[in-house]
Structure formats: C-alpha cells, structure tokens
Design a protein around this ligand. Structure first.
Ligand code: NDP
Length: 350
C-alpha cells in the first residue's frame, strides 16, 4: 500500500457516496481532501435539496446527483468507478448488488448486512460483475491499530494470550442516526452489530485465527423503549484455536468507551481509545515499565478509501474483503444464538 501517493485529479478514481447521513457528511466526504487516488464525483440521496447542497460543497457536477430511484443510471456515468454505501445496515445488500450490476466497484460500511445470506448475495454479485468489494473496517487503516498489529507480530509482548475489548456509547434516538438503530428491521441488531463488531473483528485480526468457541449473555433494560427490538448490552467470550481468549463487551447503555487491551506472555498493548475517529492512543507495557507509543497521525478514512482505489487500479484484493464481512456476520449470529437471542435473524425471545 502506498498511502501517500498523490495522483493528479484526472487519474484519481471517481466515487459515488450513497446516503448523505451523519457519517457520510461529517467523516467520509471531508476525508476525500486527504485522498491521493480518489475523488468524489457523485452523490446519492433521498433528499434532493440536501444532495444538491452537498454536491455544490464538494464540486460534484449536477449530472452526478442521483436519488434512490435514479440510482441505476450510475451505469451510464463513466465518472463513477466506485460506489460507497453508507446507508442503514439492512439496505447495504440491495445497493451493493445494484452497484455491481451497474458495473461499479463497491465499498460497503460495516456491518456488511444483517444476514449471512445477504452477504453471500453481495459477494456473488460483485464476483459475477468482476468488481471489487471492500467492507469499511477502518481500524485496519488506523495508524495506532496498524502499529499495535506490527508490534504484536514482532513479538513485543511475547505470545498473545488474552484480549479484552469494550465498545460502548449511549444510544440517543433524538438523533436521526440513532432512530433506525432502534429498529431491528433496519439495523439487524443492537450494540453488537453496530459497535461490538469492532471488538469481534479486532480479535480475529490480532489473532489471525477464527474462534472455535463462543459464550455470550445479553441484557436489555425492561421497559426502555430504545431496547424493545435491539439489545442494549452484550458480553461475549471467544476462544481461538491457538489458545487466545477474547473477552468482549458491547453496550448502548453506558458512556462512551472504545478500547482494546492485548495481553501477552511478556507484556501488553493498550489501545485506549482504539477506534475513535481521531485521538487514539497506544501504550506498550513490559516488565520494565510502560510507555506511550507516539504514532504519526494519518487519516484512517482517506487511507481506507485510497486502499480500495489502489486495489482497483492495480488489481489487488482489498485487505478487508467481503469474506471478512461475511465471517463477522456469521459470528454475530452465533453470538446472538449463544446469548439466547434465537428464532433466526429477525426475532428474539426474552
Ligand atoms: P445516518 O442515519 O446518519 O445515515 C444514513 C443515511 O441513509 C440517511 O441520512 C439517509 O440519507 C439514508 N437513508 C436511506 N433510507 C433510509 C432509511 N429508511 N432510514 C434512515 N436513513 C436512510 O446513519 P450513519 O451515518 O450513522 O450510518 C450509516 C452507515 O454507516 C451504517 O451502516 C453504519 O453502521 C455505518 N457507520 C460506520 C461508521 C464507521 O466508523 N465505520 C461510523 C458510523 C456509521 P439521505 O437522506 O441522503 O437519503
């Protein structure tokens, strides 16, 4: 990966942003200013006035503004190479398939989709159209996470034995971006699918293995309307074949916390916060003491976006591909089952 390569605008790939919500407008669109291989050439929204406003702000031409109804016309726009799906989770599959059928490469937000069957449809559609599919696991491009992975591989903490990973925040349906997150049909689940997925994905990434044992338990405050359809808190333990145990918590009911601790036979790596948009920190501890590792800041979103552009331009497979997304979704289903949230992928029993 060459994160700092700056191509002239005419050689950058054109991206269409689908869904102009909180994350798209406040993190992803501004990150294109730091990209070297990618530029925004289209926006797709259900709100025409907002789309036109955003288009003007980012220099997107009028013919690059689409609605969900006119989305399939992106097929005829050669200025669009890649489509970035930033919609509610249950809409990811439909728009990924439609984008692939329109001949475009796809970046899709996490979680890939609520069900494994939808993930497979997405993978198949992109394979059939011979288009790349990447799932937006930004931590793989975040400098502190990348440095922690490097230190681990280098043996800085000896043999990895335990992982502790917590992701929490207060769900606030007064905010538009949290309204659909209370609805199982659009979100596919609660704290686990939205933020617990970071802990799950990190445990797989840092061990380089797939868990073979899963235990889980959940709790949602009775009578709290926010958690009528989706879980509030979930605790899950993953056991990996090499002997690592990962102990993970995800909650929508407590103050913000996003951290991992990797515990090894000769020391530990503390990422706290681990998955914030900015300001993550890495501390390394050994028998000699502990010290903060100063890591050069880098825009994780720009690196992630440019990674897919580079994969398209140089015909590599993305580091965070559809199979990674599918595997996480299958494990999420297994965690729900272990927690007693049963009845397939849409109903839960208390
Ligand atoms: P928002 O609700 O803010 O944005 C979603 C947008 O989707 C809406 O603004 C709307 O855009 C469009 N939309 C289309 N149909 C619907 C519908 N029925 N209900 C609600 N919105 C609809 O959510 P977020 O931006 O927080 O999340 C979007 C996706 O991004 C999710 O998959 C989430 O998991 C992911 N995400 C990833 C993060 C990361 O760090 N990787 C962080 C935050 C979110 P419009 O009005 O333009 O049509």
């Amino acid at each position: 990966m060459q994160p700092d390569l700056l191509l002239p605008p005419g050689e950058r790939l054109g991206w269409a942003i689908v869904g102009l919500g909180d994350f798209a407008c406040n993190q992803i669109l501004p990150a294109f200013a730091a990209c070297g291989r990618s530029k925004v050439t289209a926006v797709v929204s259900g709100d025409r006035a907002k789309a036109e406003r955003v288009a003007r702000q980012y220099g997107v031409p009028a013919h690059g503004v689409y609605t969900y109804e006119t989305f399939d016309q992106i097929r005829d726009n050669p200025e669009i190479d890649v489509v970035y799906i930033i919609l509610p989770n249950a809409m990811h599959a439909e728009y990924t398939v439609r984008a692939a059928q329109a001949g475009k490469h796809v970046m899709c937000e996490k979680p890939m989709a609520p069900t494994g069957a939808e993930c497979r449809r997405m993978i198949d559609a992109c394979a059939e159209a011979q288009r790349k599919l990447m799932i937006a696991y930004r931590a793989h491009f975040e400098p502190h996470n990348v440095e922690a992975q490097r230190l681990l591989r280098e043996g800085a903490i000896g043999e990895l034995k335990l992982i502790v990973a917590d992701h929490a925040r207060l769900l606030d349906p007064q905010q538009p971006q949290d309204r659909w997150r209370t609805q199982r049909e659009l979100a596919g689940g609660g704290a686990l699918v939205d933020i617990g997925i970071y802990s799950l994905n990190a445990a797989r990434w840092f061990t380089g293995e797939e868990p073979t044992g899963i235990q889980a338990t959940e709790f949602s405050t009775p009578g709290d309307e926010r958690f009528r359809e989706v879980e509030e808190s979930i605790s899950f333990v993953l056991r990996f074949p090499g002997g690592v145990i990962a102990n993970c918590l995800a909650s929508y009911g407590v103050e913000r916390c996003k951290r991992y601790r990797l515990l090894g036979s000769e020391g530990w790596l503390d990422l706290d916060p681990a998955t914030e948009y900015h300001g993550n920190r890495l501390v390394v501890g050994t028998a000699k003491g502990h010290e903060e590792r100063i890591v050069a800041a880098g825009n994780q979103f720009a690196r992630e976006i440019d990674h897919l552009s580079e994969c398209v331009q140089e015909n590599h497979e993305p580091q965070t591909d559809g199979l990674m997304g599918l595997r996480d979704v299958e494990l999420i289903q297994a965690i729900y089952q272990a927690a007693g949230i049963t009845g397939g992928e849409q109903t839960r029993e208390r």
